[in-house]
Design a protein around this ligand. Structure first.
Ligand SMILES: [Zn+2]
Length: 286
């Protein structure tokens, strides 16, 4: 059986035996979606109340220390099953989905969210799961478990960026050659600004594999959450942008925000949290 078929079988089984997951995947079919044009590109906005936990997660060191890690094997709900990928990762059904097929790919050990040595694994996963986009959220770029290394995977055909990847805020790396992607990734990684108190440059990454070619979309970040996240009253929009938002689906856990968010708001939020124009000085990237 193909590896991808195995994880899809896992999803089917889990929906049969795990009520929380079944209810949340079923609710996802009813969620409201609206589309808008932002600077000539399609964006979707999804009203998804199930994502409130992730969007409002406290990810400061103190809060993280105080809570039980929710993707460590020993803390998983009793109904949750896993499928190993190599000896390194466990693949789990994400019980709070944004995609109709949504998985978390958690390291077997409780080890921090740091991409540098694991980007090659991301490419391998994308190749194995070629019906999916695999994504990574940096520790201060939307990951709600910054203390436990993980990727996510969501079915292709949902994020608009897959069909329209030349967007203002993205750095694209495309190649049939894995080494070439790894080398270019390293070049970019080493060129990104790094704050003294951060373990890695801030970024979101989306990767997929198609026609023997990897596409990697890297979004260098300058800010974790936009000002509207903290604003009071009418100016407040609860949005904590991560890879899926960068990929063109803004996930709104609050209905008031879903109703009011405009294309202009989306453009402003992207401008505020994504680093632009940083690569003008780098050579060797086409
Ligand atoms: Zn953990």
């Amino acid at each position: 059986m193909k590896f991808q078929d195995k994880i899809e079988q896992l999803l089917t089984e889990q929906l049969g035996e795990w009520e929380l997951a079944r209810n949340n995947y079923s609710a996802l079919k009813q969620v409201k979606i609206k589309t808008m044009n932002v600077d000539g590109h399609l964006y979707k906005v999804q009203f998804n109340p199930g994502r409130i936990i992730s969007s409002s997660a406290k990810v400061d060191a103190e809060s993280i220390r105080k809570r039980k890690c929710f993707i460590c094997r020993e803390n998983l709900p009793p109904q949750q099953k896993v499928i190993p990928f190599r000896d390194t990762y466990n693949i789990l059904v994400n019980p709070f989905p944004v995609f109709s097929r949504h998985f978390t790919i958690a390291h077997v050990e409780h080890t921090p969210q740091l991409i540098a040595s694991r980007f090659g694994d991301m490419l391998d996963l994308a190749q194995q799961l070629d019906g999916y986009s695999v994504f990574y959220n940096g520790p201060k770029c939307g990951a709600s478990a910054p203390d436990h290394f993980h990727f996510q995977a969501g079915n292709k055909g949902f994020m608009p960026i897959e069909n329209d990847r030349n967007r203002k805020h993205v750095i694209l790396i495309e190649s049939e050659n894995k080494e070439e992607i790894l080398n270019n990734f390293k070049l970019i990684y080493d060129s990104l600004p790094l704050s003294a108190d951060e373990p890695e440059p801030m970024m979101n990454i989306i990767t997929w594999y198609e026609n023997k070619t990897w596409t990697t979309c890297l979004f260098p970040r300058k800010k974790h959450r936009p000002d509207c996240y903290f604003a009071q009253g009418d100016d407040n929009i609860l949005i904590s942008p991560a890879s899926v938002d960068m990929g063109g689906v803004f996930v709104m856990p609050m209905e008031k925000d879903f109703d009011k968010i405009s294309g202009k708001d989306i453009a402003e939020i992207l401008e505020e949290v994504v680093l632009s124009d940083i690569f003008l000085g780098i050579r060797g990237l086409d």
